[in-house]
Design a protein around this ligand. Sequence first.
Ligand code: ADP
Ligand code: CP
Length: 313
Amino acid sequence: MTQTVVIALGGNAILTDDPTAEAQQLALKKTVKHLIPLVKKGYRLVISHGNGPQVGNLILQQNEADSPSNPALPLDSCVAMTQGSIGYWLEQALRNELQNQGLENQVATIMTQVVVDQKDPAFHHPSKPIGPFYTESEACILKDKKVGSYIEDAGRGWRKVVPSPRPIEIIGHQIITYLLEKQVITISAGGGGIPVVREPLLRGIEAVIDKDFASEKLAELVGADALIILTGVDYVALDYGTDKQRDLTKVSISELETYKEAGQFAPGSMLPKVEAVITFVKSGANKKAMITSLEKLAQFELAGVGTTVISDG
Ligand SMILES: Nc1ncnc2c1ncn2[C@@H]1O[C@H](COP(=O)(O)OP(=O)(O)O)[C@@H](O)[C@H]1O
Ligand SMILES: NC(=O)OP(=O)(O)O
């Protein structure tokens, strides 16, 4: 039976050290080449992506121009804007590469709203890093000016943080399933999805959902066989960044949970990925998950490539 694979693209798939649209489009042009082997093998593909740097940059632009005649838009609208712009770049890059390769698959970018709980405690504890990195003193000045909360992001510098509630429901996942059955490659849940609440009508709410959690939820809802989270490293490591660092290749859920409890994975970087793959593998029989780099994607079926997560049974 045709296998469905959800692929979550990490930040390095889109953004290099040049934040221009041209550079991000160029990065995506290179990224999509890594997806083609899976297309050729006939997998049904759902592609999701992050938006942390882009939505943070967009908010800075919005605030710069903010005035009564041209007001800054709220965060949920900014998430929608980055979901749209990155989806546009990604779909165009993928369509062009498919054409270059003589492949006839169709691609659809789905504006995806994701329901969250207004009572999620995350609304009182901003934790999702977005936008550019600052030095500690720059972050202190911004804090003093009361332009948001800032934290140190996994040893990489200081960043603005915003609420990041857990995804509960993916609006329109049935449409994504329908398109997959028609062999359409879908780009969906970009930037973690546009955060909304049900009251019972849908209403946007200011937050940025973690794309690893949204991709996991989507993978469950479309009945995916595999969830592959792509990031800047080939393997999840223990004692990361120390001289005792060692890579995890094949790891069971219970082993991974033990490492997680021991604090092996940094919040805001590797921890959400680890939590997402644990949830996915636990969600049903024969579910496979992997965390690896874009460069390893084509060989993901081979043993020892990337960190493969398997159920305990
Ligand atoms: N235990 C770990 N094993 C491997 N990489 C880790 C670990 N802890 C932190 N990292 C770092 O976290 C990065 C992934 O987080 P991040 O860059 O925020 O994700 P994304 O690729 O989704 O943008 C890796 O590329 C690596 O630099
Ligand atoms: N929304 C989100 O999780 O984006 P990043 O992966 O870029 O942080």
